[in-house]
Ligand binder design. Structure first.
Ligand code: GLC
Ligand code: CA
Length: 557
């Protein structure tokens, strides 16, 4: 067998959030058998790799990102036999699977942690991070990443011993300084790779190295605490861990890896995704978080402009292109719906707007990642009280905003705009009971409030739907005259006279123009074949509100 390095550049990824995809046994929670049922539809969309958000055993405090057994399946989702069946049936359809890999922390219900806290001589004590408190307070003033409270929690039954957690207190951090822990994780990873999966999306991976001085920092909130990421995100020394991880797992398996690697600066990309980088790709959050000043504090909203978005996308693309390959996305399970985030005029939070965004992101250099429901144009929903939210970070952000002096109405608005529940809305399959998500049992999270056409069934039957637009884009990238430009071609920004237009070239012959504004603009578009257009007409001297086009230009050079 020949080994193709970088085979993954061709791939089109689809992220499934299992609890919200398809509930096959009508208990209110999506499951693996539901995914298996719908594989033909995923295939018909043109997807080549599925990223499966966590299905491991978990008390689901952070919806599966709190793992209590890495080698077992959460019974809510099914069994290991179901997962093996999914891998096998996907393979038959030429669809690969990547799993989510959470290496920064486990659940507090993991056997290692339970033993570590109940037994001072436990062999697992050194798998986690324990420290003595100071003057009846936690060891330092770091604030957890979900936005409220210390990143330390007192060990039950102890008076001055704390454990560390970057995220919730039910997600104790693993101690990567301990070689035995690291190699235990590598064994687990290799066990999964042997099952025939193609690789991993690697959760919160830049948090594994903490500054070993564990020193307090200058507070950045009225709570006297400072963001834990300042001492634990992409910190010096992480290189050794990431290199070792790659050498012992991903690299020998020629696996595809996508790091959720926040905090990596553009000049560090070579180490992360360069020729000998730790990962195949990493997600770049610089423009995904353009609407908030800091990804973890939603009440600091920004008044971003299209010009800024354009600059951010360009900078990201050019920086990544210098060293490696990108992982492009509009949405994921931690983000609000893209229509609501990037389309400022509510009148265009519709089919036109959704297709404009789709065109903008899909043809960037790198692999496209589509999040379930994005291809239908699913939108945020407004909740009217904090009790209606499920997402743990929505609650933390709400109460923190109140602490910081915002009114309840404002706090609720910020959380509605950013809540991770928006991404987690049960998938609308059709217009029947519970949107076809299941047979009528109350879904674990409220359904969306869509118009009657935003569902797979209606969109499948409508040639002009967002779903069919995505199918078209995938075909164009996979099999068209300009496929090789769209996959391998360089990215080059095209400056225009209009500040609301984002335009770029891929390779020799493909150009994309998107007008991200509800005002039409005058602009000379290049002559060529119109490959894709979200309006039925085109005027080469003018772009309509939220119009997007992909043009094949002839190169005379
Ligand atoms: C990542 C996940 C997010 C989770 C967090 C902690 O950011 O995407 O959903 O809450 O890590 O595991
Ligand atoms: Ca179910």
């Amino acid at each position: 067998m020949t080994i193709v390095k970088n085979w993954w550049k061709q791939e089109i990824f689809y992220q499934i959030y299992p609890a919200s995809f398809k509930d096959s046994n009508n208990d209110g929670i999506g499951d693996i058998q539901g995914i298996i049922q719908e594989l033909p539809k995923i295939k018909a969309l043109g997807i080549t790799t599925i990223w499966l958000s966590p299905v491991y055993k978990s008390p689901m405090v952070d919806n599966g990102y709190d793992i209590s057994d890495y080698e077992a399946i959460n019974p809510q989702f099914g069994t290991m036999a179901d997962l093996d069946e999914l891998i096998k049936k996907s393979k038959k359809l030429d669809i690969k699977i990547i799993m989510d890999l959470v290496l920064n922390h486990t659940s507090d219900q993991h056997a290692w942690f339970k033993d570590a806290i109940s037994n001072p001589n436990s062999p697992y004590r050194n798998f986690y991070i324990f420290k003595e408190g100071k003057n009846n307070l936690p060891p330092n003033n770091w604030r957890s990443n979900f936005g409220k409270g210390s990143s330390w929690t007192l060990v039950p039954g102890e008076t001055n011993l704390y454990y560390h957690h970057v995220f919730s207190k039910q997600q104790p951090d693993l101690n990567w300084e301990n070689k035995e822990l690291r190699f235990t994780l590598y064994d687990m990873i290799n066990w999964w790779l042997k099952k025939g999966i193609a690789g991993f999306r690697i959760d919160a991976i830049t948090f594994i190295k903490k500054d070993q001085d564990f020193a307090s920092i200058t507070p950045d909130g009225s709570d006297g605490l400072g963001k834990v990421k300042r001492k634990s995100e992409n910190r010096p020394g992480i290189d050794k861990f990431l290199n070792e991880l790659n050498e012992h797992t991903f690299k020998p398996a020629n696996a595809v890896t996508v790091g959720e690697a926040s905090g990596v600066t553009y000049d560090q990309l070579n180490k992360f995704i360069g020729k000998d980088g730790y990962f195949s790709m990493i997600f770049d959050f610089h423009y995904a978080d353009i609407d908030v000043q800091s990804g973890s504090e939603w009440y600091h909203q920004t008044n971003w402009t299209v010009k800024e978005l354009n600059e951010a996308i360009t900078k990201s693309q050019l920086s990544i292109q210098k060293y490696g390959w990108g992982a492009n996305f509009l949405e994921n399970h931690d983000q609000p719906r893209s229509i609501n985030k990037y389309i400022k005029d509510p009148a265009y939070q519709n089919k036109i707007g959704a297709k404009a965004l789709a065109t903008l992101f899909f043809f960037l250099r790198g692999c496209p990642f589509i999040f379930q429901g994005q291809e239908l144009g699913v939108q945020n929903i407004k909740r009217t009280a904090i009790e209606q939210f499920n997402d743990i970070s929505s609650k933390d952000n709400y109460y923190r905003a109140l602490d910081e002096g915002y009114t309840k109405t404002d706090a609720l608005k910020y959380v509605n705009d950013r809540s991770r529940d928006n991404g987690r809305i049960p998938y609308p399959w059709n217009n029947e009971i519970n949107d076809g998500f299941n047979q009528g049992h109350k879904p674990w999270l409220a359904l969306g409030k869509h118009d009657s056409h935003t569902n797979w069934n209606d969109e499948n039957n409508d040639a002009d739907s967002i779903l069919n637009f995505y199918r078209k884009m995938i075909k164009i990238r996979t099999t068209s005259n300009i496929s090789s430009d769209l996959i391998n071609g360089d990215f080059e920004p095209i400056p225009t006279s209009q500040s609301t237009v984002i335009a770029y070239k891929r390779g020799q012959n493909a150009v994309v123009y998107v007008n991200l504004s509800s005002a039409p603009v005058k602009l000379d578009l290049p002559k060529g074949n119109i490959i894709l257009n979200n309006y039925s007409e085109i005027n080469l001297q003018r772009m309509e509100p939220y119009q997007s086009v992909l043009i094949e230009v002839k190169n005379n050079g």
